[in-house]
Design a protein around this ligand. Structure first.
Ligand SMILES: Cc1cc2nc3c(=O)[nH]c(=O)nc-3n(C[C@H](O)[C@H](O)[C@H](O)COP(=O)(O)O)c2cc1C
Length: 293
């Protein structure tokens, strides 16, 4: 492993190692208003949600590494304590990139990026109309993390009102990630688009005990065919089947039984289990196949 000791590399270099390692990050497209009433928007990816009750978001505005200056968003929040945090999806990511340019504080990035300001309900900064989720926030606290270039200021925000586009909701009212189509920031100039094949569900019941990796039979753990992810799926089972319960499983599923009969070797059975795990997370079926080895 490459070893990196903070203090032994430049701040710029360390910054890139941090960003590439803590990645992808959600993006807060922060909308604030300055003392002269100019609307400001800028993206911040040192950002996350830290509490639901109370609803708390935190992002960090850093001192520029080049000249140790601070940013307009921070100055505006220090002046009036309000910010709208807008989500960034694929449709607006290029306009967001324009808004990240260091325009002077008397220039509104709404005009420069072509995004549309619409009034918030509870605070004075504008929402970004094109954003699929707009969170109106009152700032509770600003915590400076240092006084040198690269030092952050944690901006702790309480959400007082959320607006979510009906277009990203499923009929049951839940957010559909594919419709939301959010962007994440990675290291260097890389972004990730969170929709399509890159979004996957991982179902794991956390309210009931499971067997865990250590209770998987040794020959299963040592299989050259199953991956760490496959074993993770099997470790999430409530119980490991014996031959009897596996046979009962196949009695209920003729197709599976027919496929199993075609597997002549242990390798073929492991491969069948792997396919079941990777196509639809069929863990009980996969475990039953392995139990027949
Ligand atoms: C996707 C993205 C994420 C960014 N994240 C941060 C961040 O977390 N902290 C920060 O200080 N600057 C961040 N920046 C840089 C600021 O957006 C940039 O310095 C901007 O000009 C600040 O605008 P302001 O002076 O109007 O606040 C980011 C830029 C981009 C494009």
């Amino acid at each position: 492993m490459k070893r990196i000791v903070p203090g032994e590399v430049s701040t710029g270099e360390l910054h890139q190692y941090l960003l590439g390692s803590v990645s992808p990050r959600p993006i807060a497209f922060a909308s604030t208003i300055n003392k002269d009433g100019v609307n400001n928007i800028a993206p911040y990816s040192f950002f996350n949600c830290f509490s639901s009750n109370p609803p708390i978001l935190v992002f960090s505005s850093n001192r520029r590494v080049s000249d140790n200056t601070t940013k307009d968003t921070l100055a505006n929040i220090e002046a009036n304590g309000e910010v709208v945090i807008n989500a960034v999806n694929y449709n607006i990511v290029r306009q967001m990139a324009v808004a990240s340019v260091g325009f002077p504080d008397d220039v509104s990035e709404f005009e420069k990026s072509g995004l549309t300001p619409i009034p918030a309900e509870k605070i004075s900064p504008m929402r970004i109309a094109e954003s699929p989720a707009q969170l109106e926030c009152k700032v509770q606290q600003i915590i400076p993390l240092g006084d040198k270039g690269g030092a952050g200021h944690l901006i702790i925000c309480e959400v007082v009102m959320m607006h979510i586009s009906e277009d990203v909701l499923d009929p049951d009212g839940k957010i559909n990630p594919h419709k939301m189509d959010l962007m994440g920031r990675m290291g260097r100039a890389f972004y990730v688009r969170a929709s399509g094949a890159n979004v996957m569900p991982i179902f794991q019941n956390v309210n009931e005990m499971v067997i865990g990796f250590d209770q998987l039979p040794t020959h299963v753990r040592q299989s050259n065919i199953l991956t760490g992810n496959n074993l993770g799926q099997l470790a999430g089972l409530k119980a490991w089947p014996n031959k009897e319960s596996a046979t009962a499983f196949f009695d209920k599923d003729e197709n599976l039984e027919a496929k199993l009969k075609q597997c002549e070797s242990a390798e073929a059975k492991f491969q069948m289990a792997k396919d079941l795990l990777e196509n639809g997370d069929q863990r009980e079926a996969a475990a039953a196949v392995i139990a027949m080895i």
